[in-house]
Design a protein around this ligand. Structure first.
Ligand code: SF4
Length: 217
């Protein structure tokens, strides 16, 4: 059977449908400090954008620097970030990341991948988001959507987000790297859902092999 894969056409369609400014972290580019973007990214894990938005704003009104987060009583911090879920763990991470930034980086967010992932609580996805959204570097932040969808489309066959990042770097034309994360995050939230994707409404259905899709609507 002829392959349906067409990376460029798929990317053109999705990048047009989901422009970069539509995700919370993308919309923070240029208007927030590197520290605020890093903290919002940590708060956004397993949380909806609308919640990250509100909680980030509440938190930054009270504490928007590493020093202020460290000084904030843990109980108060947990209360502010409660709505994002996993608030005990997230409070712990926010405190330890802030302490690490003060102790090892003079309170500044570092601009290299190696330094970022050396901070306890900062993983590859967060590091790449900071590099892309704060420092404008050409990288591919991979979250659950960015891992799942290229596999369904038949672009790659990978088991982990790290493997996905490596494979996409080989096959995705660089002109699409800046659009890739926000387009796929939005697309994965609205149409190519983790369970039972809405294939009947999908704008790129003609280019999708639906690999691993057992049930769709
Ligand atoms: S056709 Fe279905 S599985 Fe394929 S990208 Fe679209 S929504 Fe996802």
């Amino acid at each position: 059977m002829e392959s349906k894969v067409n990376i460029s056409k798929t990317m053109w369609i999705l990048a047009k449908k989901y422009p970069r400014s539509t995700t919370t972290l993308n919309s923070m580019r240029g208007s927030s400090t590197p520290f605020e973007i890093l903290i919002s990214c940590l708060l956004s894990l397993r949380t909806r954008d609308e919640v990250t938005d509100v909680v980030s704003r509440d938190l930054f009104t009270v504490a928007n620097t590493p020093e202020k987060i460290v000084s904030l009583p843990t109980g108060k911090l947990k209360k502010i970030i409660f709505k994002t879920g996993h608030f005990n763990k997230k409070a712990e991470v926010l405190k330890s990341v802030s302490r690490d930034l003060i102790e090892r980086f003079g309170g500044e967010v570092p601009d290299s991948y190696e330094e970022l992932i050396s901070i306890k609580g900062v993983g590859p996805k967060t590091a790449n988001i900071v590099l892309a959204f704060v420092f404008g570097k050409l990288v591919l932040p991979i979250d659950v959507h960015c891992h799942r969808i290229p596999n369904r489309l038949g672009w790659i066959k990978t088991k982990t987000p790290e493997e996905t990042e490596r494979e996409l770097m080989k096959i995705l034309p660089k002109r699409f790297w800046r659009e890739f994360n926000s387009a796929f995050v939005q697309f994965g939230r609205e149409i190519c859902l983790p369970v039972s994707p809405k294939c009947s409404e999908c704008p790129v259905v003609e280019f999708c092999g639906k690999a691993g899709v057992l049930r769709s609507r």
